[in-house]
Design a protein. Structure first.
Length: 339
């Protein structure tokens, strides 16, 4: 076989095999080892060329030998050009760098407030109870002594699912469910979502959260209600907080009272937050109406009870100085990160 022809063939083959783009480093290393063995190894192609030289006439051997050695150097140069890059001095991953931790979530201000209120009443011996968000007219209105002609029975004030089912407009139906299930003495706290078809604005949302409190038993008096709410207000806003009761009306309590706390921003001196009055309205309360006890099979001659209900968003707004209820539901990180 003609030496030059074979050299041209080998050169073409080597070029074809080293022209492909470098693969990943481990693959590049394996390929390089394979090519070295194939071309210049002990059983390689260069050795084959020396075989051809050995069979040449004696006067041609020296020149042909030099030719093969030149070609071998050419192959080595080409293989060295395709050699894997030396491993970088440092590791590709710097393990000493601080990691990029995923940003942990935080509890929503409404739920933080929810938990704070619930824990407080739990320490006073109240059980946490829950009721369905889809209620019946009976539990949401009738059993609570809200008569048919009461304005809040109007469809405009309640989301009806399909009569007699509705989205509960307050957590008070949980009082009814509890009194029907348990015998006095009863001490429960019922947090949850409530729904009203209000146009959203700074103070209104079609969905918000309430906490309902109920205590029923022998000798449960208005004085006990005052004591429990006074403790609540002092725990929530500090030991100097005062509360006051203003006469009010709810169909399911008699007597009924709105409860205000002394403004914790200005210390009851008067500021824009309390409209210069020194007081902030926080909840509605009263003694459970005897008819409501009767509706639940509890003897109103023997037992009395008090109930109160408050909006969790309102408490959170007062606690954190949040001016607009809609901020709770927009899930802007800038807002939520503050808590
Ligand atoms: Zn004030």
């Amino acid at each position: 076989m003609d030496l030059e022809v074979r050299i041209s063939e080998i050169r073409a083959q080597l070029e074809a095999e080293t022209n492909t783009p470098p693969a990943c480093p481990p693959e590049q290393q394996r390929r390089w080892e394979r090519l070295r063995s194939k071309y210049v190894g002990r059983e390689g192609m260069v050795r084959e060329l020396f075989g051809i030289v050995a069979r040449l006439p004696a006067d041609q051997k020296a020149a042909a030998g030099r030719r093969v050695n030149e070609f071998k150097a050419e192959i080595e140069a080409r293989l060295n050009g395709a050699a894997p890059a030396p491993v970088a001095a440092g590791p590709a991953v710097d393990k000493t760098l601080p990691g990029r931790a995923p940003e942990p979530g935080r509890r929503h201000p409404v739920y933080r407030t929810w938990e704070e209120i619930v824990r407080l009443f739990q320490r006073l011996g109240f059980d946490v109870v829950y009721g369905p968000e889809i209620e019946t007219e009976y539990h949401n209105f009738e059993a609570l002594n809200i008569p048919l002609e009461h304005p809040s029975r109007d469809a405009f004030d309640t989301f009806y699912v399909r009569k007699p089912y509705l989205l509960r407009s307050h957590t008070s139906p949980v009082q009814i469910r509890t009194m029907k299930e348990r015998k006095p003495p009863i001490r429960v706290i019922a947090p949850g979502k409530v729904f009203r078809p209000d146009k959203p604005d700074a103070g209104h949302s079609p969905m918000f959260h309430q906490v309902e409190g109920l205590m029923v038993g022998e000798g449960v008096t208005f004085a006990k209600l005052k004591g429990v709410l006074d403790l609540f207000a002092k725990s929530m806003w500090g030991p100097d907080t005062k509360i006051r009761f203003r006469p009010s009306f709810f169909p399911f309590t008699e007597p009924s009272a709105e409860v205000d706390v002394s403004c914790f921003i200005c210390g009851a001196k008067g500021c824009p937050a309390c409209k210069q009055s020194g007081w902030m309205e926080i909840l509605g309360s009263g003694m459970v109406h005897p008819k409501v006890l009767e509706n639940c099979g509890i003897d109103p001659e023997k037992n009395t009870g008090f109930a109160f209900g408050m909006g969790i968003e309102r408490i959170a707004m007062l606690k954190y100085g949040i001016p607009d209820i809609r901020l709770f539901y927009e899930n802007h990180f800038g807002f939520l990160r503050q808590f």
